[in-house]
Design a binder for this molecule. Structure first.
Ligand SMILES: C[S@@+](CC[C@H](N)C(=O)[O-])C[C@H]1O[C@@H](n2cnc3c(N)ncnc32)[C@H](O)[C@@H]1O
Length: 425
């Protein structure tokens, strides 16, 4: 944090912001990309060749902003206990749907449409407007911004609804859970279980209720806006073309969404998709005719001995909500089918060491990790933790490399099953 130069830090930061923004704008202008704004139709993402500059500006502006804040005010800001109420109100009361696209509507008309008292509507909306979610083009009138338009999307409503009604109560009980069960890794010893006054885990509670399960799924889908998370991004997370003719067993592969996307793009690959019976039931019928010969489904429980032989075993996002005991069990369960040289690809968030990535992305990853802990007692592991788990599972799991595409939320651990004597020793 302390700079060795004699230039004061705030001046250094301001210079960095100024030069980075100039370069960024030059690149945008050269590509004909509109300059960022909050207007309704403003593009979501900057071009990839500006990512480094974007990182520099976001981190420098955050640091400058926080340096200039008084400490107690900054702490109040971080506590922000009411932020979620304003944001939840948008989806709960349908504010985003009530505001016409590229038009405007009064607080009073929104109150009438939603059955709420006008002062409540004004308070809730002005709270989020202070964060550029909606704006007030003239006194008493409400219009969309780039941010508020996202609240119309069903999966963003689910994401916000899950956060407000499931994640938030769980987070408020997270520390109670840690105090009550300080050494427990069990999935039902969580803030989520306490908030639900239940001895069941979040997964048990959520999957037992269709509406809650659908909201969870929508919330997960919203993460597709983070590079590297969506099923469509899996093709970029690994060098699939380089592995030649291969059978890929997608363990916990849901209804073959990833398999279908990869099979379409990489003709060298055949897929076996394994998941719980009720998940894969009927999935085969949905596979496109020209892919049917290369995608097969088989029911499988992650904790049972693997019997299917394959060249590659893909496990994507199955460990994040699992504690170490379960993770070890799942890894060991794969061993019976593994042949020398088989690859095990684990695609998960690998936690960055402090300072390793830009602060704005580091904060995102730590927020996701906190939520995984509060809800599931799961964790996004550091590389060192993965190495220890693989070694504890079996010395023949050889971590060959870790692939982290730029900006990707998920990394790929490429593990090779190595039965040469040195590996077993
Ligand atoms: C977060 S989803 C990831 C989906 C998939 N891996 C992908 O890449 O899109 C976790 C998957 O693991 C499956 N799963 C969870 N527990 C399982 C178990 N005990 N046996 C088999 N599959 C399981 C779920 O049904 C779900 O499809």
């Amino acid at each position: 944090m302390e700079s060795s130069s004699t230039t004061p830090r705030i001046v250094e930061l301001a210079a960095k912001i100024s030069s980075s923004v100039s370069q960024l704008q030059e690149l945008l202008s050269a590509q004909g990309v509109p300059s960022p704004s909050f207007t309704e139709d403003s593009p979501e993402r900057l071009p990839a060749n500006t990512f480094g500059l974007q990182d520099a500006v976001l981190d420098a502006t955050t640091e400058l902003h926080e340096l200039l804040m008084e400490p107690v005010r900054l702490i109040f800001r971080f506590c922000a206990t009411t932020n979620m109420a304003g944001i939840d109100a948008i989806s709960r009361f349908g504010f985003a749907d009530a505001v016409p696209i590229e038009g405007q509507i009064s607080f009073g008309e929104i109150a009438k449409a939603t059955g709420l008292d006008e002062p409540h509507v004004r308070r809730l909306l002005r709270h989020v407007m202070a964060r550029n979610i909606f704006h007030e083009p003239e006194p008493g009138m409400v219009a969309h911004t780039k941010l508020s338009r996202y609240f119309i999307k069903p999966y963003i409503k689910d994401f916000v609804g899950f956060g407000a009604r499931e994640g938030w109560p769980a987070a408020t009980r997270m520390l109670d859970a840690i105090q009550k069960w300080p050494l427990s890794e069990e999935a039902n010893h969580t803030g989520f279980s306490l908030a639900n006054d239940s001895d069941k885990s979040a997964l048990e509670l959520l999957t037992a209720d269709h509406a809650r399960a659908m909201r969870l799924q929508g919330g997960i889908d919203a993460h597709d806006h983070f590079a590297g998370w969506a099923a469509t991004d899996v093709a970029e997370l690994y060098g699939w073309a380089s592995i030649g003719e291969a059978i890929v067993c997608h363990v916990g592969g849901h209804r073959g969404e990833v398999a279908a996307l990869l099979a379409k793009r990489f003709e060298n690959l055949k897929f076996l998709v394994q998941d719980a019976d009720k998940v894969i039931s009927g999935a085969e019928a949905a596979v496109l005719d020209d892919l049917k010969s290369r995608i097969e489904f088989k029911s499988y429980d992650l904790f049972e001995p693997q019997i299917e032989q394959a060249d590659v075993y893909l496990l994507r996002l199955v460990f994040q909500i699992r504690n170490d005991k379960e993770t070890l069990k799942i890894l060991k369960a794969q061993i019976p089918a593994l042949r020398h040289g088989a690859k095990i690809l684990i695609m998960e968030i690998v936690m960055p060491e402090p300072g390793a990535i830009p602060v704005w992305r580091d904060r995102e990853l730590r927020a996701i990790d906190m939520a995984i802990g509060a809800n599931f007692n799961g964790r996004n592991r550091y590389l060192g933790e993965w190495k220890a788990l693989l070694a504890a599972a079996d010395a023949r799991f050889h971590l060959q490399r870790v692939i982290v595409p730029e900006r990707s939320l998920l990394s790929t651990l490429e593990i090779v099953w190595d039965t040469s004597s040195s590996a077993e020793a």
